[in-house]
Design a protein around this ligand. Structure first.
Ligand SMILES: [Zn+2]
Length: 445
């Protein structure tokens, strides 16, 4: 139960973060509210009367970046173990109960947070809240040596599979988390005491946000949240896991990953400033649209037959990663040529003036993307956890006031040629070791 494979350890993709108002949603009454319980739990309620179901996110502000040295994988292992049981649910665990109410659920461990998303028909809201309050307050009672053994094996297998994920390798390179191999090594060493320490440090109301999105009566939901979460006491401990500081890129880094199952591709990755505000998120989305379109157009027109190009950003509270991926579907990968085309595209993007018609169509495209993301409740709960209900209008205003010259300046300032990570997927014929990192060149060291 980690985040979807393509997103890997970075957790929530920027596409998800762009959850915003749609023409349809905009006409619905939105009267979301954010408040805190006395124990510090932050609650965001966003009723959507038109939906048949309710989606809940409980997110803890601690993730893989809080794993202590030689304890890589502790956040992830703890995430798994909190499904194994609790004081009042017993050893059967949370999953049979989730099935019995027909819920869809997933847990994820990102670099900066750990989250649990559950969706069920609206009538099941009390059961959903009870289950999450059991996890927050009492999951420690369900974690024993037998459960630890089982989940340790599950996590090691997931990590082994992630050896095929270039984003895990990029995380290693940028954050030094050793998420690919060391985690596997450390998982075997992690003890019950480690998990108990991590749970007590991270799974506390004052370190958590609870979001409800969908069909529910706000007054009744508020009473139920009070009933189930109100009695959980704040720990009074100092917070752990402030989140990863922005990594350093002091030149052009190259990372080669040799892999048996993937086509050749090139990831070009930048670290860009981001403070968590909806306004900055809108600027980065605009950058993704402008620079991404130029890179896509330049590559496709240049004779890279069948190549696919994706641009995206992944945000943390202290910074974001902006990246373009060029997948070579046919022929011998021409890395240097692809790189040169990316630089050419960015130079053009920073200098070709944007007409007011282009600007209008970019704004419309961003608002459409938001509309699509808002249609996905798991995107909506992430956005609400980050920005609250008011973030919606702030984001839309920021998109509407985007200025072409500023967008061009951000291409030049934020995507420089001399502070960048180039990660290359290189196909290999033999399956041993999955994603083998062939060469690291770090100009910072
Ligand atoms: Zn997992």
């Amino acid at each position: 139960m980690l985040v979807p494979k393509r997103l890997s350890i970075f957790g929530i993709a920027f596409a998800v973060c762009s959850a915003l108002a749609t023409p349809a949603a905009a006409s619905e009454k939105r009267d979301g509210v954010t408040y805190r319980l006395d124990n510090g739990l932050r609650v965001v309620l966003q009723p959507m009367a038109g939906l048949p179901s309710v989606t809940m996110l409980v997110s803890y502000g601690t993730g893989a970046s809080a794993d202590p040295p030689r304890h890589n994988g502790l956040a992830h292992l703890t995430e798994h173990l909190t499904y194994r049981g609790s004081r009042h649910i017993g050893k059967g665990g949370l999953i049979p109960v989730l099935h019995s109410i027909g819920a869809e659920y997933r847990g994820y461990t990102a670099l900066q947070s750990t989250g649990y998303v559950t969706t069920a028909v609206a009538e099941q809201l009390p059961a959903m809240l009870w289950l999450e309050s059991e996890r927050m307050g009492f999951a420690l009672d369900g974690i024993d040596a037998a459960a630890l053994e089982v989940e340790r094996r599950v996590v090691v297998n997931e990590v082994r599979e992630r050896g095929g994920d270039v984003w895990a390798h990029i995380a290693d390179e940028l954050y030094g988390r050793d998420t690919v191999y060391a985690e596997e090594g450390d998982s075997g060493r992690l003890t019950l005491g480690d998990v108990q320490w991590f749970f007590q440090s991270a799974y506390r109301p004052e370190n958590a946000t609870l979001v409800l999105f969908g069909r529910f009566d706000p007054d009744r939901a508020r009473a139920l949240v009070d009933q189930y979460f109100g009695p959980i006491r704040a720990s009074g401990l100092a917070p752990i896991g402030e989140g990863p500081p922005p990594p350093k890129l002091c030149g052009s880094h190259t990372l080669d990953v040799h892999h048996p199952y993937r086509d050749a591709s090139l990831d070009v990755v930048w670290i860009v400033p981001y403070d968590g505000s909806p306004e900055q998120r809108a600027r980065i989305d605009a950058l993704t649209l402008l620079a991404g379109n130029w890179i896509r157009g330049t590559i496709l027109e240049s004779g890279f037959a069948g190549a696919d190009v994706y641009a995206r950003a992944t945000s943390f509270s202290t910074h974001a990663l902006w990246s373009a991926t060029i997948e070579f579907n046919a022929g011998t990968p021409a890395w240097k040529h692809a790189e040169a085309l990316v630089w050419h595209a960015l130079t053009t993007a920073a200098s070709e003036p944007i007409s007011s018609a282009q600007l209008r169509s970019m704004r419309a495209e961003l608002l459409t993307d938001l509309a699509l993301a808002w249609d996905d409740p798991s995107g909506a709960v992430s956005f609400l956890a980050d920005h609250g209900p008011g973030g919606l209008d702030a984001y839309r205003k920021a998109v509407e006031s985007l200025d072409g010259a500023a967008m061009q300046r951000s291409v030049a300032e934020l995507l420089p040629q001399d502070r960048v990570l180039l990660a290359r997927w290189i196909p290999k014929s033999d399956v041993s070791g999955l994603g083998v990192v062939g060469r690291r060149k770090d100009p910072c060291r």
